[in-house]
Ligand binder design. Sequence first.
Ligand code: TRP
Length: 360
Amino acid sequence: MIVDPWRVEGEIDYDRLILEFGTRRLDPRMFQNPHTLIRREFFFSERDLDTALREGFFIYTGRGPSGKMHIGHLPPFILARWFQESYGSNVYIMISDDEKYVYNRDMSWEEIDSYSIDNIRDIAAIGFDPDRTFIFRDSEYIRNMYRGAMRVARKINLSLARSVFGFNNETNIGLVFYIALQIVPTMFETKVPLIPAGIDQDPYWRVQRDLAESLGFRKVSAIHNKFFPSLLGPGSKMSSSKPETVIFLDETEETLRKKIYRSFSGGQPSVELHRKMGGNPDIDVSFQLLKYMFEDDDTKILEIERKYRSGEMLTGELKEYTIEKIWSFLERHQRSRRSVNIDRFMYDGRLANEMWNRYF
Ligand code: TRP
């Protein structure tokens, strides 16, 4: 298993990640009324969440715009919106176009720019409060962040960068400097920065936690999501480089149907056998999709689990139900995406407007 900011490969063992990264298992009881993603343990790990909840926090997360977005990219943003609704927090979303430009050495700025705008539309469509959300592209907001980046940069030496990120002599210097930039938004407020993200981003926060207090700001708290399972089954994650493993946000009902029909199932090879032996929801992709994201109703998900396991529900029936649920989500998302005004999140909303007048 390899999990770092650039690669997530192999069969992911979440208990081992908690041990290796030195985080804590997330206890859903820390919340009075936890979101489905927390209740069903899709968010599985945390660091200093108690501090954030006790002392007050703002939300910071981000996206590297190197391709179209798929449903596996959504959980941090969905949770960010939930924190905003439930706690009234400000949400800051970094679009790290600079990171993707230096990492993907075959991509042009034109390509990155078009993915940035496309991704911002998808993120804004999730339904954030336009007066309490700031979405910014690094290459554009840099004037306001540059001094902050330098404050951070002069605290990090090459030897630390190498040991935390595994850089070597072939690593370009853009990636090395980018560490400072990803840390800057943790200085946007004096409250605790709370970061919903994959645990693969943890190296940045390890560095942040080492230097935060010496610069007079708070150490990050984090809440970590699992990786979305690939449509081809357990043991790998949804990955845009393999389109057959992912559900993109712009799928049509037809392409969605095809992908779910081809997806890995925990059913038996024949109806007779399935009725007799039952299916295995634990490895069934449709069931996992419902459980983590598309079936909020606890009674309903338990009923589906029971019926599938006993053989009363067939794989085809489970897949039809999953298609229906995902399509109703995607249809709503695509409508919201068409009508959303991204300028309110980037420039004109109350928080965005304020942020363009602040320097860090
Ligand atoms: N580095 C992240 C990526 O590759 C993008 C990102 C920037 C981010 N800032 C963040 C992710 C803050 C989580 C939190 O996708």
